[in-house]
Design a protein around this ligand. Structure first.
Ligand code: HAM
Length: 429
């Protein structure tokens, strides 16, 4: 291939990263807004954080034994020789920021929501991408089962507001410092007695709880009699879990107990949960989260607990499509302007500015198109009203106004266009 041909070859996005174009992109933005509204209704406030952090944050925060840290991070040295990593998840960064800015010494709990991209070098497939977006919350600083229940309820409220119904909430307790180490040993000795492949054996030694989550039938079959943490909870972890469930019942949030639910991050203690959607195929987790007792202290802060969740926006869109829920936002502006001739274009441009200033959305026919082609563009735009200004209209200081729904056409004096459009749109609802 010649150099020239190489230069003009079409480029593609890197493997495993989705693009969202209109109209789907509007749905993406709307979903993010609806989920955030549910968080705001419960007093969570937005936080914006860097997309890259020091690598050490994730190694310490997410855990060296996790798949994320072990094989999925986008890690690179910057020009100054620092090791940086693109955010694989939000929780560690949120805690880092809370501690760095001393919020853990202020009014507690600190309640924050966030939305933005994350990066994991995973094998791409439907619902699993190398760049994806999460919306989530973290409530840091108070150990109260009601706060765990609130986090679950906020996620559920968001999914419900989106119109989703085909999901199930799975919940478990991963215990606390008083019962986890002993249970870990119990599970490990059970796993050592099984017929496992070498990689799984090694995994069991590093993090036996993760093996419980193995989806392969030959492993699952051997795990039927595995000891379960819920049967070995300390009194305080047990009471905590039961109180969370009681609050969920009070909130009217349906759940199913899932004693083998172990999530892929090391920081969880006590409550863990996942929203599983039946229409998503293999990547069925819409979102998940849980309680973490040690993370804030591990990242240099006060010994304070936290709880939170993250929902994957790509999977949310897939779930909306699987349930056949139509997008709420058509994305079109209500008014389309067609100007014929240079002078008319000048008037139309300033009219569009005045309409937008009044909060009325306007798009215009660009390029020197003849009336017929401009009207086709108006039709395609989906606008309810079309304003037309040509030479005759300039002479009479009026615009033609066409209602695209009824086909009815009328004249509006140019100085009255903004008020006329405002009242017509109010009428049209
Ligand atoms: P996570 O389960 O790793 O949890 O991710 C949460 C959600 O992000 C998943 O349920 C899924 O919807 C989405 N997600 C994860 N990986 C991918 C991917 N490769 N492609 C598309 N979507 C993906 C966390 O990240 C925790 N930080 C949640 C949390 C917040 N725990 C406490 N607070």
């Amino acid at each position: 291939m010649t150099e020239q041909a190489k230069k003009s070859q079409k480029l593609q996005a890197p493997k495993g990263v989705p693009d969202y174009l209109p109209p789907e992109s509007a749905r993406f933005v709307a979903a993010k807004r609806v989920l955030a509204e549910a968080a705001e209704l419960a007093g969570y406030r937005p936080v914006e954080l860097p997309v890259f952090e020091d690598t050490a944050l994730y190694v310490r925060g997410v855990g060296a034994s996790t798949d994320i840290v072990g094989k999925e991070m986008y890690t690179f040295p910057d020009q100054g020789g620092r090791s940086l990593t693109l955010r694989p998840e939000w929780t560690a960064g949120v805690v880092r920021a809370v501690v760095e800015h001393g919020l853990d010494r202020g009014q507690l709990p600190v309640k924050l929501w966030y939305a933005g991209p994350c990066f994991r070098y995973e094998r791409p497939q439907s619902g699993r991408y190398r760049q994806f977006q999460q919306m989530g919350v973290e409530a840091i600083g108070v150990d109260d089962p009601a706060l765990d229940a609130e986090a679950v309820a906020v996620a559920e409220e968001g999914l419900r507001r989106l119109g989703l119904g085909g999901y199930r909430l799975e919940i478990n307790s991963l215990g606390d410092e008083a019962c986890r180490p002993e249970y870990r040993e119990r599970l490990l000795s059970f796993l050592r007695g099984l017929d496992l492949d070498e990689a799984t054996r090694q995994r069991a030694e590093r993090n036996p709880l993760r093996v419980l989550d193995d989806k392969r039938p030959e492993v699952k079959a051997q795990l039927v009699d595995a000891p379960l943490l819920v049967d070995h909870l300390s009194d305080s972890a047990k009471e905590h879990f039961e109180t969370v469930l009681e609050h969920l019942r009070g909130l009217g949030v349906a759940y199913s107990l899932s004693p083998k639910l172990v999530r892929g991050l090391d920081y969880y203690t006590k409550t863990t949960f996942e929203f599983v959607h039946t229409g998503l195929g293999a990547q069925s987790a819409l979102g998940g989260g849980g309680h973490y007792d040690g993370l804030v202290a591990d990242l240099g802060g006060q010994p304070l607990p936290g709880v939170g969740f993250s929902i994957g926006l790509e999977r949310t869109l897939l779930a909306l499509a699987a349930e056949g829920i139509p997008p709420q936002d058509s994305g079109s502006v209500p008014v389309f302007g067609v100007a014929l001739g240079a002078e008319a274009k000048g008037r139309m441009t300033s009219l569009a500015g005045a309409l937008r200033e009044a909060g009325i959305g306007v798009d215009l026919a660009y390029g020197d198109r003849a009336l017929k082609a401009a009207m086709r563009a108006a039709d395609r735009s989906g606008a309810r009203f079309v304003l037309i200004i040509g030479e005759a209209e300039l002479a009479s200081e009026q615009a033609q106004l066409k209602d695209m729904r009824s086909g009815e056409q009328s004249c509006v004096p140019l100085p009255d266009v903004v008020s006329e459009m405002a009242s017509r749109l109010a009428e049209a609802g």
